[in-house]
Design a protein around this ligand. Structure first.
Ligand SMILES: [Zn+2]
Length: 103
């Protein structure tokens, strides 16, 4: 697989569990499901944000967890507590063992 310039500049990849709606930056409502975005993946969302943007809220499969995947230009100290502002962020659903749902 070809490495993009973005990936070359941000070689460190981290996964973190999503704690609240990420459909809008300002929203911190509880996650009610995900909305599919062709670039961002399965974005954790509350019902209100899905309704506001006329997106279909998909239920999170039983046992699955909404996750954030983000890149970093530098290695971050563990535990990672914040996402660097220049990160490339995508979202996915993980099984209990951490593997990506559907992969
Ligand atoms: Zn929301």
């Amino acid at each position: 697989m070809e490495i993009t310039e973005e990936q070359a500049n941000h070689p460190f990849v981290y996964n973190a569990q999503a704690a609240a709606c990420l459909n809008f930056l300002a929203c911190d409502n509880d996650i009610a499901g995900t909305v599919s975005n062709p670039v961002m993946g399965e974005v954790p969302s509350c019902q209100r944000c899905a309704d506001t943007t006329h997106q279909t809220l998909k239920p999170i499969p039983s046992g699955a967890v909404p996750m954030i995947r983000f890149t970093s230009a530098t290695e971050l100290p563990e535990p990672v507590v914040s996402i660097p502002s220049d990160s490339e962020v995508t979202y996915f659903l993980a099984n209990a063992d951490g593997t990506e749902v559907g992969k």
